[in-house]
Ligand binder design. Structure first.
Ligand code: ZN
Length: 381
């Protein structure tokens, strides 16, 4: 309704109970206000995810979700015309614009101890960092992020301890500043890894400032190095969103791996302007992220189990292919009771198959760097 406050929420937090002219996030949702009307625009990735989910759903659930889809598709039909500068460029000009690409595929013939599949679970400890970055100080919004530190992360760690499973935690430095006990708790078992996830979950394309991005990256590295006791070797861009400067700065900082890109199911070398950066990509995917469908207020699906069915199908195929299964979650999202119950079911399913190697991202990156780079390995591109 025009004039009514609109709130939206995504994996990086809630935009607030105030009027929003334009708000976009990395997960799923944006709100635009063209010509005096409010309009929902759901990102295409979410629709793809919903389509995958629908294929798994039983009839009653399908009916519920089908009822939501008209809210989605009319929004597509009503989108204002977008600029399409690519239509004016030559093929060579287009190629020159694609700067970050997939290089050599890093797929080992087998995983350690003859395992069939490598499983790397990751948790992005965003908590309240993203709303703080954009100046959204609503106590309700911040409290929803704070849940990640208060109850979400402890519950995640208890589950991982119960099953003796390692994981990687990508932490915006400000999340640690606000709740320093988290890293101490993560490091207690000595199984887990801490990686860099920005200073304050800054949106790098919006920042679009090379010097400022460099300052925030170095500040984040310095802070986490001190907090962890060693320099992190893994990087994940806030919102998985790169600016034109990010890949160069990540390579220059000497990271072993990045985990923000999606060119393959396998690990691969990241190329920048046609040259290898030396950085290993451990690829992620929206359909392997808890945020798109579980981080809206109340969620958009009837049951988190539907999400786990997709995760399980992805794992089953990775197992059959002898591949790599990487899952991205957030303590303030998956740390809730019903989601942890779903994650435990997934863990039990994976545990029921022989030959599953649970590892941190760092362990996977070091292994594929040593074993996955054979000269006969197929190139991703
Ligand atoms: Zn994040």
């Amino acid at each position: 309704m025009p004039g009514m406050p609109i709130a939206t929420e995504c994996c990086i937090g809630t935009a607030g109970s105030r009027r929003i002219k334009r708000r976009a996030c990395h997960s799923c949702l944006s709100i635009r206000r063209p010509r005096g009307r409010y309009e929902w625009r759901v990102r295409y990735t979410t629709v793809l995810f919903c389509r995958d989910i629908m294929g798994l759903m039983q009839r009653p659930c399908l009916t519920v979700l089908a009822g939501l889809m008209p809210l989605v598709y009319p929004a597509f039909a009503q989108q204002p015309q977008l600029a399409q500068p690519g239509t004016k460029l030559s093929v060579d000009q287009l190629k020159a614009q694609i700067r970050v690409t997939a290089g050599r595929r890093l797929r080992p013939q087998s995983w350690p101890n003859g395992a069939r599949v490598a499983v790397a679970l990751s948790f992005d400890v965003d908590n309240m960092s993203a709303p703080l970055a954009r100046g959204d100080l609503s106590p309700g919004v911040l409290s929803r992020g704070e849940y990640g530190a208060v109850d979400g992360l402890p519950r995640v760690l208890r589950l991982l301890d119960k099953h003796q499973i390692p994981a990687s935690f990508f932490i915006p430095a400000v999340s640690d500043v606000l709740h320093p006990q988290m890293i101490r708790d993560i490091l207690t078992s000595k199984r887990h890894e801490v990686g860099v996830h920005g200073w304050i979950h800054e949106n790098l394309p919006s920042l679009n400032n090379e010097a400022e991005e460099q300052r925030l990256l170095l500040q984040a590295i310095a802070h986490l190095t001190k907090a962890v006791g060693k320099r992190p070797v893994g990087y994940r861009a806030p919102s998985w969103a790169f600016s034109p400067y990010t890949m160069g700065q990540v390579a220059k900082a000497g990271f072993l791996y990045d985990s923000s890109l999606m060119s393959s199911d396998d690990a691969y070398e990241v190329m920048l302007d046609g040259k290898s950066t030396g950085v290993i990509e451990l690829p992620i995917e929206w359909i392997l992220d808890d945020s798109p469908v579980l981080n809206l207020p109340g969620g958009v699906l009837p049951s988190p189990e539907l999400v786990n069915q997709t995760f399980q199908s992805e794992f089953d195929m990775a197992y059959d292919e002898g591949g790599l299964f990487i899952l991205t979650m957030h303590p303030h999202v998956t740390g809730h009771r019903s989601r942890i119950a779903g994650l435990e079911k997934l863990i039990l399913h994976m545990r029921s198959r022989p030959g599953v190697w649970f590892a941190t991202h760092e362990q996977v990156a070091r292994y594929v760097k040593e074993k996955g780079g054979r000269s006969d390995a197929a190139r991703v591109k």
